[in-house]
Write a protein that binds this ligand. Structure first.
Ligand SMILES: *[C@@H]1O[C@H](CO)[C@@H](O)[C@H](O)[C@H]1NC(C)=O
Ligand SMILES: *[C@@H]1O[C@H](CO)[C@@H](O)[C@H](O)[C@H]1NC(C)=O
Ligand SMILES: *[C@@H]1O[C@H](CO)[C@@H](O)[C@H](O)[C@H]1NC(C)=O
Ligand SMILES: *[C@@H]1O[C@H](CO)[C@@H](O)[C@H](O)[C@H]1NC(C)=O
Ligand SMILES: *[C@@H]1O[C@H](CO)[C@@H](O)[C@H](O)[C@H]1NC(C)=O
Ligand SMILES: *[C@@H]1O[C@H](CO)[C@@H](O)[C@H](O)[C@H]1NC(C)=O
Length: 492
């Protein structure tokens, strides 16, 4: 309770970014009945308590503890503060919350005995959510593979993962299925396969890893249908990392490259789920290095997802790149991905106004993405499972740029829903500042978390107050909002 300062935040929004296409003025009641508004975090990024109560390391712990990891501990200590956090979610007015279950906390050895203390923790957390009327959306795998399985067989590149993952999911469905109706299997397999297994080498690792992720997802979905669906009546889907892509120039080459890049990213996951096979463009270019589906596998994967979870942050430009001798995933795509439509020159550190950790507000990109999914993949039910904007962790609580982004992107979702997209929920990333993989100094939270405070104090940013006002039915319009908050460390 240090420094109880009452301060006023004045937001003035220009709202020039909609350029006439998206709704500037909307309220929550403009969305269909049953549409879920939520927020999110994942187990590893929020829980802390990595050595407690029988949890064993995941591959993420190993990364954090390596030279590439951050020089100090970053966690929210959610393992001990879950009641307080659920209370904040409740006060915000969230319908739903996306979280994940840590495999190495629940089944520390990857397979075999369940850790009773891990089991108790997730039961308590889920009870706390449902007791407050918040619907949990549970991701089974959010990048935290038990290190022991990585050591034993290399994780996702070995088919053994399919049985181990299915057995882990079986425990989750059995133990938590009465309070969970929405399950996602693997978080952004396309990003994971590219980021985790594409080392620029000629080995077809990303293709094999993703193939196994799809088979593991489908195996888990089948298990749910056969064993749990009738009693528990939930849905099982997968998530997909989905930047929108537009051609860098109007040249035919760039147009074709853009379609190719969509096939290599979104299509890599969506084609098998909808059509039972990889996109033609991938099969032609990657050839034998792309695993092929047997008839049985194809039938298993096709239609195995009850919904599609979309992870969307920004829009990239795509420029044609000619064939190279390299045989890695990005070379196969034959495209340069550039995070800004309007740039003239680019480098790895700064692309126009956007960088990997600073996104422009391009809400039309999300609209076009949802339209593309509607038109090309049979308009499946969609949940936006991540969308948000990073800011420097150490900057002001007055995160007007985050409010600007969320306002515009939620409006884009509304436009898409009005035009027939089956989008059923929007989960902002992230509820609080978390350990972020790409750049730990850039966080997405509605709540600031002081990582150097042993209490890990949470403080609402302007975006938390804005989202609360929206969820409580206030009109979202170009406005001067005056809000008050009980704490702050840097006002402007
Ligand atoms: C099952 O869930 C669907 C929505 O997913 C709902 O419409 C239906 O009423 C539920 N049925 C039962 C028996 O709970
Ligand atoms: C990039 O920044 C310039 C200068 O501030 C601005 O005029 C332009 O609109 C920005 N581009 C985008 C896509 O926001
Ligand atoms: C709205 O949906 C129609 C029919 O699917 C489509 O033709 C049109 O392009 C969509 N409009 C936008 C702005 O996406
Ligand atoms: C992160 O921010 C801290 C505090 O401002 C700074 O000391 C550190 O150098 C930054 N690290 C990176 C990788 O930018
Ligand atoms: C974070 O916590 C530390 C330790 O309690 C404190 O010294 C520091 O002032 C806090 N920082 C902010 C921004 O509140
Ligand atoms: C918003 O506030 C600014 C600064 O206080 C003021 O100049 C402007 O006229 C206000 N705009 C509206 C629409 O009230």
């Amino acid at each position: 309770m240090v420094g109880q300062v009452l301060f006023l935040i004045t937001i003035f929004m220009g709202f020039a970014f909609c350029s006439g296409r998206c709704s500037d003025v909307y309220t929550r009641s403009d969305f269909p009945k049953g549409f879920l508004f939520g927020s999110a975090f994942s187990a590893f990024q929020w829980e802390g308590a990595v050595d407690e109560d029988g949890r064993k390391p995941s591959i993420w712990d190993s990364f954090v503890n390596s030279d590439a990891g951050p020089p100090f501990v970053i966690d929210c200590d959610g393992y001990h503060k879950y009641k307080e956090d659920v209370r904040l979610m409740y006060d915000m007015g969230l319908d739903a919350f996306r979280l994940s279950i840590s495999w190495p906390r629940l089944i520390p050895s990857g397979r075999g005995p369940v850790n009773p203390k891990g089991l108790r923790f997730y039961k308590n957390l889920l009870n706390e959510l449902t007791r407050h009327g918040i619907e949990p959306h549970v991701t089974l795998y959010h990048n935290d593979l038990p290190q022991v399985l990585e050591d034993e067989y290399g994780g996702w590149i070995d088919r053994k993962i399919i049985d181990d993952f299915t057995a882990f999911a079986d425990v989750c469905f059995r133990e938590f299925g009465n309070s969970v109706k929405l399950w996602s299997t693997v978080n952004e397999p396309n990003m994971l396969a590219m980021g985790g297994y594409d080392l620029g080498a000629s080995a077809p690792k990303p293709y094999i890893a993703l193939h196994n992720m799809l088979l593991a997802h489908a195996s888990v979905a089948r298990l749910y249908k056969q064993k749990y669906k009738e009693k528990q009546n939930g849905s099982v889907g997968i998530t997909c990392f989905a930047h929108w892509m537009v051609p860098f120039t109007s040249s035919e080459e760039d147009n074709i490259a853009t379609q190719r890049a969509k096939d290599f990213s979104l299509g890599w996951v969506m084609h098998p789920l909808v059509f039972g096979d990889y996109p033609e463009a991938m099969k032609n270019i990657v050839g034998k290095r792309l695993p092929s589906f047997s008839k049985e596998e194809s039938d298993l994967v096709k239609d195995s997802s009850d919904f599609l979870g979309i992870i969307h942050y920004t829009t990239l430009c795509v420029a044609h790149k000619s064939k190279s001798r390299n045989k890695d995933y990005l070379s196969d795509m034959r495209a340069s991905l550039i995070p800004d439509r309007f740039i003239i020159s680019f480098s790895w550190t700064a692309f126009g106004n956007s960088t990997f950790i600073k996104f422009d507000v391009l809400p039309w990109g999300l609209e076009e993405l949802l339209e593309y999914i509607k038109q090309n993949y049979g308009n499946p039910p969609v949940y936006i499972l991540e969308n948000g904007r990073p800011t420097n962790h150490y900057s002001s609580l007055n995160d007007v740029e985050r409010v600007e982004y969320l306002h515009a992107y939620i409006a884009a979702v509304l436009n898409s829903v009005r035009n027939g997209s089956e989008t059923r929920g929007y989960f902002q990333w992230s509820f609080m500042d978390l350990y972020e993989f790409l750049s730990y100094n850039h966080t997405y939270g509605l709540y600031y978390v002081n990582f150097s405070d042993p209490e890990r104090k949470r403080s609402p940013k302007t975006s938390a107050l804005w989202y609360t006002a929206f969820l409580k039915g206030k009109t979202q319009e170009p406005m001067n909002l005056t809000l008050s908050s009980s704490s702050g460390f840097s006002t402007q």
